[in-house]
Design a protein around this ligand. Structure first.
Ligand code: HEC
Length: 115
């Protein structure tokens, strides 16, 4: 293999590698952004396993006594703790596919049912 051929092959490879992220980032733009799921849907799918029955010490949705001190922190703090996690509560309740907006919507329902 001459040096020139080798250089050409490397150049081709680099071009292909550089083009890949462009294609990958263009893909979502072509389709529609996924529609936001409602807080009720998220709550049932991603939160109820712990928050319906107090698993791992989770405050039970609708139990005003268990929520009082948490709600006293203010909604902004409660939202933030749900997004970032707090002690045994994993970030976003472990829902990696959930957007921040979806988590906040789920928290808003928890709050409304628990105050
Ligand atoms: C694996 C169990 C588990 C799942 C799933 C889970 N949580 Fe939690 N959550 C907890 C636990 C445990 C706590 C209490 C943490 C503590 O304060 O020690 C908690 C606390 C919270 C709090 C109170 C935060 C505060 O400021 O005191 C909110 C709000 C919350 N979770 C929202 C959610 C939402 C929304 C989901 C679903 C997207 C969810 N959780 C899913 C276990 C879970």
């Amino acid at each position: 293999m001459s040096n020139e051929v080798a250089v050409n092959k490397i150049a081709l490879l680099l071009t292909a590698l550089l083009a890949m992220p462009v294609v990958a980032s263009a893909a979502p733009a072509a389709g529609q952004a996924p529609a936001q799921r409602s807080g009720a849907v998220i709550l049932k799918a991603a939160c109820a396993s712990c928050h319906d029955n107090g698993l791992m010490g989770a405050p039970v949705t609708g139990n005003k006594k268990q929520w009082a001190a948490r709600l006293a922190q203010g909604n902004a703090v409660v939202h933030r703790n749900a997004l970032n996690g707090i002690r045994a509560m994993p970030p976003k309740g472990g829902c990696r596919s959930c957007s921040n907006e979806e988590i906040k919507a789920a928290v808003d329902i928890m709050i409304a049912r628990s105050k």
